[in-house]
Unconditional design. Sequence first.
Lengths: 86, 199, 913
Amino acid sequence: MKFKIKSWNSVAIWKWLANDDKCGICRAPFDGCCSDCKIPGDDCPLVWGVCSHCFHMHCIMKWLAAQQNQICPMCRQDWALKSDLP
Amino acid sequence: MANIAIQRIKREFKEVVKSEEVAKCAIRIDLLNDSWTQLKGEIAGPPDTPYEGGNFKLEIVVPETYPFNPPKVRFLTKIWHPNISSVTGAICLDILKDQWAAAMTLRTVLLSLQALLSAAEPDDPQDAVVARQYKDQPSIFRSTAQYWTGVYAGGPIQNSDYDQKVRRLVDMGVDENTAVATLSSHNWDLEHATEHFFS
Amino acid sequence: MPCADELYNYCCSALCILDESSSHHTLKITFGGVHTRSCSTVPLPSAPTTKHGFSGLTQVNVPPEAPSQHPGLSGFSLLPPTPSSSPAPSYPYPLIPTYRYSFMLPIYSQPQPQLPSPSAHHDWVPLFIGGIFLWESLDSKSFKSQFVIRNGDTSMAAMTKGDSAKSSNFSSLGNSNGINRTSGMNPKIGATKKLIIKNFREKPKVSEDYQIETWKKLKEAVIAIQTSKRIDDCLEDLYKAVENMCSYKMAAQLYDNLKDVIENHVRENVEPYIRGVQDRKIFLKEMEACWKAHCNQMTKIRSIFTYLDRRYVLHTPSIPSIWDMGLELFRKHVIGQQLAQTRTVEGLLMLIENERQGDVVDRSLLKSLLRMLSDLQIYQDVFEHRFLQATDAVYTTEGRRLMQEMEVPEYLHHVEKRLQEESDRVLHYLDSGTKWALIHTVERQLISEHLGSILGKGLENLLDNNRLPDLKLLYSLFSRVKNGLTDLCFHFNSYIKKKGRTIVIDPEKDKSMVQDLLDFKDKMDNIVNSCFQKNDKFVNSVKEAFEHFINQRPNKPAELIAKFVDAKLRLGNKEATEEELERLLDKIMVMFRFIHGKDVFEAFYKKDLAKRLLVGKSASVDAEKSMLSKLKQECGGAFTSKLEGMFKDMELSRDINTAFKQHISNLKSDIDTSVDLTVSVLTMGYWPTYPAVEVNLPKELLRYQEIFKKFYLGKHSGRRLQWQPTLGHCMLRATFENGKKELQVSLFQALVLLLFNDVEDLSYEEIKSATNIEEGEIKRTLQSLACGKARVLQKTPKGKDVSEEDKFQFNREFANKLFRVKINQIQMKETNEEQKATEERVFHDRQYQIDAAIVRIMKMRKTLSHQLLVSELYNQLKFSVTPTDLKKRIESLIDRDYMARDKENPKQYNYVA
């Protein structure tokens, strides 16, 4: 062996596993955060519905709170959190 | 106004400006004040409809609770359409009421209105008179809608017969808009219309 | 000093100590109270020329019990009042109670040759030992004193002039009063004597020819004084004679007689005498002598006629005092003569002119004659005006000539010298009232007249060569004249703009631009601080000028400042300690403040910061944070929020990696854990955008990467990771024939080198396809490995550039004196593409800002001409744009129907709602 790796500093960029590039409710990019937050990441997470649509958690909470029927603002199917994420 | 509402309107505004419909002059949105609550919309009459060639202006009021509640939209340009009040411009469209969803935008609203012009829903009318005409006298409805488009929305098609009838009523001292509306409601029967005024 | 009323009541005796020595000139008068027996010492101000004998006197009360203990009273003792101390009945009309005391009166003087010194205190000579004091209260503010001193058998009188309300016109010669002439009268007095002074016995009688007789006696005395002869009569008698004549209402006649005698003398003796002299200098000397003699005579005459002055002249407003009468007569008959006057003034001007040319002249002569003019009250009329005219002419010529002949610094020093000389002139002989006009004339002719030429000809040179003392002088001279500093500031400002522009404008000097800017700023600040008195006007002018020139070249200075900071914050920059670095960053911030397009700075700074953090090249976290806080302070939180996010990502990554290491050690699997993997996980919005790149990783690295990914996603659900191989870097252990080395390499370099584990030679194409690295990158990578300083690979054919036909071979004989060899600098280097991409991103962002600004303005104004729109845009936009750029954006907005050209006026735009 002429060369052997001793240490490796790697760089990765994390992105949300979203099917759209922005939240359908606040229309801010998922790379950023909802209108009320400043720091993207765990402080302003995304949630996925069983209908596979995802939103900022803060946004969908507000939508659901404003509605009588718990439906997805995208497809109007009943809203339920998807539990198993990829 | 809530943070989310302002942020969203700003973003939507940018989206509309960039969208292809604007490029095709099909829709546009303008701000009327700095608080982002009052906007002016404009849609082009869809092709192959009596509204073709007209530009219809809309009043859009964004509520505090937007996007969790729909914007309030009404036509500023007078229009002859079963789902739109020929008097007030009020619109009967489900997505502006109970079928609203947060994912909808001003752009989708304007596009939906455009679609409404293409495909009226006479069974769920806003203006009963227009809806009846739409069902019973489709050809008169068509020419009437076309005439309104020409008079109020800058449409290209003229109708000298209707013009003359309107002129007659105006000569009798009737306000022009009232004359047009009354004649339209009476299927352009000048006698009935005159009766309506002078009986 | 008690007020005059108190004196009247209590001060009945006085001691006089007269000092005639030229070096001291003090007159001390000590009062002793009858009833209180207290003593007071009243020293006169020491100035010899004081015009008001008693003004400004201070008083020291001495307890009567121990008078001799007082330093000012040593050498004499006060005797108790004699029984005869009652108002003298012999006085025709005693004005006030007069008391007589006997006491010793020591006179302080320089040892006079004719006086033997009797005691150890040889400079204290008791000279007069008796006196009669008359005190008179005139008003509450001033009083007069006069005393007659009787000296043993030989009586003599002397007077000191008190504060005479009317005739206080002592000349410079005025301190030579009667006393010093009498000092030799009794040479035998050498020891302290005590003398009792008794009341006058004779009663005054007025005979018929009293007036004629008395006047005759007085006239003789006056003539004796005028002809410097001995006065036959006792001075006290003469004094009393005057007093008596006044008392018998002969004052007016006496005054007229006296005037005639003096006028005759002046007209007949002085005037022709002066007229005879031809030589200018001798003339001046003679004039001085005449004047001095006249003053001496008048002083003596006045002493004798003091009573006339006080009792008659003072109460007769229409006639001048004896002294003034003397002056008037001198003025009328001597200096008032056209010829004498012209010769005097011209002589004076000639002397001054000579002195200006560098000759040594008799300053005391000048002084004495100018004082004469002042005393005669013709200084301004006959001299000052002409003198100023002459001065003006001299310096007008001199200024013009020297501006031609001299270099500016030399000239400035000359001006300084001239100003000093002229103010010395005022100090030494001119009337102090001339000072302002004189200095002003010099300033006007030597400075004001040449402001422009001095600045135009010399400022640049002085600033270029950093001639601080000269600049300081320039400032101090210019601050003396109107508009001087304004003009200086203006030229200084232009200089900075001009010089500064040459620093920033030339692309060839880009490498040194920032350092040059910092040095230039330091230099200018130093000049303002040390030469321009930190004048706010100049401080602000420096700022304004820097801001102006630094933005003359758009964008580049901002970019270079960002890169300069990068270089300073990078690992391996050992030139500075932390404090020095901190100071340097502060200075850079000052420069940064001047930049208009801060977005360019931000873009480059962010790109470089990202590299420093990711490639581990940041020298100090503290310095980074410090710079960040400076930027935040300067531009606000919005400007730095993304930069802060980058730091936050680095912190989060550190936590994740710690957890990951823990995780790995718990994993009991077959993975080769000898590789120490550290991953920086970035949040997209914070960092510069990096193109997604796919490369082929060796299997074990790929597996390792997967393990991390699984670990990470297990902790952060709903996310995915996108690897960024361009930013990765490794430490390789390499084995060469000369031994083992550690190589610090980029991930790409590592991928290439790892290929050589199995083979010795590889072609360019083989390497490229095995690694799948993009063409530009692989070429740069190979070049760094085979053509750089540390050649781990060998390339055939040899050469500096990599071509697609090249072959590469492991360099077995690789040698380097270091064990740890860094060859991953290529990652830190900015490629041209990167540079362009960064610039373009900024310009792209700017387009939006321009569009937004145009729409905003048009919406507000509805209709606007092109010119006005453009100028409003320049006001609103914080970066520099060319008019062509603006035009393009306007066209674009017209195309998109946001605005339209006016149908009638194509130069006008209308907002389209």
